[in-house]
Ligand binder design. Structure first.
Ligand SMILES: C[S@@+](CC[C@H](N)C(=O)[O-])C[C@H]1O[C@@H](n2cnc3c(N)ncnc32)[C@H](O)[C@@H]1O
Length: 266
């Protein structure tokens, strides 16, 4: 069981799960097979960390993680891809599926390995008659920019937990993003500064600046929902949840971003 979250974890999972239900409802009468890709699946469950629970809460508190929630929807997806770098997590998830969701075993493909290798493989399997939701819920900056671009190369709805706090830490330390992020950003930019003229990288990139920057860059790949949701722990910003859609049909991205904007309200 992965132990990493507090109230904000449950909040994030509820919103993304609500989107999965809407996605299925909207596409119900169309001839698409629906695919869910969990880019950082974990083992299916989440143990909420003790120090983030209310003082009077006694014992260990568990909640369903993204994988269990996606597998428990009233209307299942036609295919699932679960990706995680941890062999132990994927083993536990497999065990859960074999015991609790037997009927879905044939629809599931589990990938053990780095997201930047495994997610492009999962994306490459998408066929023209399939529509996918990708959920990327990393601990930090594991998802390379190139991989994000690969996700946007197919008609995909993309939920991304942008690691604003991790980026802020890197910027405060040395003002330099890792190559895997920097390359992609620089490629798009005509300006010398990563954050554009007038914004100092070295010591103090405000969270809003980082959020706007990531959101703006994602607009090069996806039609983005305008709203973004900051997730904080006791006032400390950790991540920002964002949504983008790469489906080129105006009707599809219009509907998708409308629902996502609603779900991304604070
Ligand atoms: C925040 S947890 C995901 C939680 C999960 N979405 C849930 O709701 O239960 C992040 C996961 O990413 C996995 N991970 C870390 N680095 C990775 C990488 N480079 N590639 C794939 N998975 C990675 C970790 O093993 C961990 O399970």
């Amino acid at each position: 069981m992965t132990a990493f979250g507090g109230d904000w974890t449950v909040d994030k999972l509820k919103r993304v799960t609500a989107y999965l239900t809407s996605f299925q409802t909207v596409l119900k009468n169309q001839n698409f097979d629906l695919v869910y890709i969990d880019a950082f699946s974990g083992d299916g469950g989440v143990e909420l960390r003790g120090d983030e629970l209310p003082l009077l809460e006694i014992g260990r508190v568990f909640t369903e993680g993204s994988a269990q929630r996606a597998l428990s929807l009233r209307q299942p997806f036609d295919r699932y891809h679960f990706i995680d770098a941890s062999q132990a997590s994927i083993d536990r998830l497999g065990q859960y599926i074999r015991t609790e969701r037997k009927e879905l075993v044939d629809r599931v493909c589990c990938h053990i390995g780095d997201v930047n290798v495994e997610l492009p493989k999962a994306i490459a399997t998408l066929k023209p008659n399939e529509r996918a939701v990708v959920f990327a819920d990393p601990f930090g900056m594991q998802l390379d920019w190139k991989t994000i671009e690969c996700v946007g190369s197919k008609p995909v709805d993309f939920w991304y937990l942008a690691p604003t706090s991790a980026i802020n830490r890197v910027l405060m330390r040395d003002g330099n993003l890792p190559e895997s992020w920097r390359t992609g950003f620089y490629k798009e930019s005509n300006q010398g500064d990563l954050f554009g003229a007038g914004v100092k990288l070295e010591k103090n990139a405000a969270i809003e600046v980082i959020e706007d920057f990531i959101h703006g860059r994602l607009k090069n790949v996806f039609m983005m929902a305008d709203n973004k949701l900051r997730l904080s722990d006791r006032g400390r910003p950790l991540f920002t949840l964002m949504f983008g859609c790469s489906n080129s049909s105006p009707k599809a991205f219009g509907k998708a971003t409308k629902i996502a904007n609603h779900l991304l309200k604070g």
